[in-house]
Ligand binder design. Structure first.
Ligand code: DON
Length: 555
């Protein structure tokens, strides 16, 4: 395995703080230590992985307001210890009064601000209905016991981390612009401060007492509708009441001896991951080497081809026909790679056309859970951008999502992740916007092997792709695989985004010589992967991404 020097150094530091593998029976890995510990406490009390999912989700809402949420949506993938699998889609829906041209200005041009900031960007939240559905179908503990730790956290408060203080400061002006000077997050929060959010504690209590009705009806629903309308949106009580999560069959596929279980549409994650992994499966990636020019070129070309398909074919399967089985069939995937040259980049313009836009900062969050029985849970949930639409409903203590930007406002015009879309992902009432979230469970020889996922917008799928290969092909441990430098190509814009200062010049020049347009200047953090590995002898190990405040809790 070839590794850049920098990478060896960074891994050594982080590996020292990893728990000892042989002690681990169960693990929760999430964006914040408080949330991981709350999930783990549930497991210690005899709850299962699904109970821990409920508790962790509510805890993240409190302690990780940038992305943890009850006002966004997400995807849940599970595999029981007996090998049963399914997925729950609790993605947001477009409000009832949505129209196809919702985000176009008077000249018919897409207005990116309308779909990202303020009330119009807000989709009907799916998170509460989703979390409660998981509890109803799979949970074993009383709901109140699973929400209580989050209520306590909101009442007693949590400590602001250094990264969090920077994030609050960065968005403060925008919070004030959207919500006025009296809004909760207009306060200056510094590292080490304690944040208490009594309004959110009340909201959570209402959900604990009344379930879905405590959120989708009554004063909580009214507060959301009033605030979203006051900031230019169209969310309605009828829309909130109409929200339902949907159980969907997972995308299942094989890579060598691995079996992968991932999220189907309205996520693009499962299909694109299946395409990319199958596109590279005939190659001996192990001997080609970790992040060598040869391996990166192959993976980039797979990514390019898959994202071109994403743009054209994918949307909400309840509204458009998604040719899922064709897209992930071996023969189709091989055909897509027939234009692949091992020595030359295929210009994206020869695959299709589009426009270029710089990607901006954003947030989502993923967590992975394995309980002592071997039940596994992968959850990715989002408000879309950091703090969603920045619309903060002070009465209930939460930010509203800006998931509407994940629709294609106009065919061919990129969204905030630079992703283009087609008619398949146009806005329509009650339609779910296309997602890249890729919560994934991997088996090896039919035994649980890995639970993995990440935030990162369009870079989610490529981060999962690379993390799985880092472990399986390059023999890395879980934390090492998470730490490893990442790269990304999404067909359009036609460039390879690298994590800055992590790839040496020899690699970069090698890729440029093949015709790749390399961008370190536009690059940003590519994902925050939180993952769990169960090795061939049944030992559990964890990977919590150092790029955030992510942390594992294990026993
Ligand atoms: O569903 C999606 O694909 C996006 N809303 C995810 C946004 C995201 O990951 C931002 N995080 N870093």
């Amino acid at each position: 395995m070839k590794k850049p020097l920098f990478y060896l150094l960074s891994f050594t530091i982080i590996a020292c703080s990893s728990p000892k593998n042989d002690e681990i029976q169960a693990a929760v890995v999430s964006a914040r230590v408080e949330a991981s510990e709350i999930g783990l406490d549930v497991l210690k009390q005899g709850g299962n992985a699904y109970d821990a999912m409920v508790a962790t989700s509510f805890a993240l809402t409190v302690v990780y307001p940038v992305a943890g949420n009850i006002t966004g949506g997400g995807f849940f993938v599970y595999r029981t210890a007996d090998g049963e699998t399914s997925t729950l889609d609790y993605r947001e829906m477009a409000p009832l009064q949505s129209t196809k041209d919702l985000f176009l200005d008077e000249n018919g041009n897409a207005d990116p601000e309308k779909s990202t900031i303020g009330g119009l960007a807000v989709g009907i939240p799916g998170a509460v209905a989703g979390i409660l559905e998981v509890h109803k179908k799979l949970g074993s503990m009383p709901l109140e016991d699973l929400i209580r730790p989050a209520i306590d956290l909101a009442e007693k408060g949590y400590k602001v981390t250094e990264k969090q203080a920077r994030s609050f400061a960065r968005y403060r002006d925008l919070f004030i612009r959207v919500n006025g000077e009296d809004t909760f997050f207009a306060q200056n929060f510094s590292q080490g401060d304690t944040i208490k959010n009594p309004a959110l504690a009340n909201t959570l209590l209402e959900i604990a007492k009344n379930g879905n009705r405590g959120f989708y009806e009554g004063w909580v629903a009214q507060a959301m509708v009033d605030k979203v309308k006051a900031t230019g949106g169209i969310l309605s009580l009828e829309g909130l009441e109409s929200y339902r999560p949907v159980w969907r069959d997972p995308v299942l596929f094989n890579y060598k001896e691995l079996g992968l279980i991932s999220m189907p549409p309205p996520s693009s994650g499962g299909i694109c991951l299946a395409q990319m992994m199958q596109m590279v499966s005939e190659y001996d990636i192990k001997s080609m080497g970790f992040n060598s020019t040869e391996t990166m070129h192959l993976m980039i070309e797979a990514e390019r081809r898959s994202y071109a398909d994403r743009s054209h074919f994918l949307g909400d399967p309840d509204f458009v026909h998604v040719p899922q089985s064709e897209l992930i069939s071996k023969s189709y995937v091989q055909e897509r790679m027939s234009s692949y040259s091992p020595s030359k980049a295929t210009p994206s313009s020869e695959l299709a056309h589009g426009e270029i836009q710089v990607m901006e900062s954003d947030e989502t969050t993923h967590f992975s859970i394995v309980d002592s029985k071997g039940n596994a849970v992968a959850v990715t949930t989002t408000l879309n951008g950091a703090y969603g639409s920045k619309v903060f409903v002070d009465e209930i203590g939460v930010f509203m999502n800006n998931e509407m930007d994940d629709f294609s406002s106009k065919p061919g015009v990129p969204n905030m992740f630079g992703l283009t879309g087609s008619e398949a992902n146009s806005v329509a009432p009650k339609k779910r916007m296309l997602s890249s979230m890729t919560p994934t469970i991997v088996t090896k020889n039919d035994k649980l092997y890995m639970v993995v996922g990440t935030p990162g917008g369009s870079t989610i799928i490529t981060s999962v792709f690379q993390t799985v290969l880092n472990v399986y092909e390059h023999g890395m441990g879980m934390q090492e695989a998470v730490n490893a430098p990442r790269f990304h190509h999404q067909w359009l814009p036609d460039r390879v985004v690298l994590e800055p200062n992590k790839f040496n010049n020899i690699i970069i020049e090698g890729l440029q010589a093949m015709g790749h347009n390399i961008s370190e200047e536009y690059s940003r953090i590519i994902g925050k992967v939180d993952a769990i590995l169960v090795d061939d002898s049944g030992q559990i190990s964890v990977g919590a991404d150092y790029r955030g405040d992510d942390a594992a809790a294990t026993y």
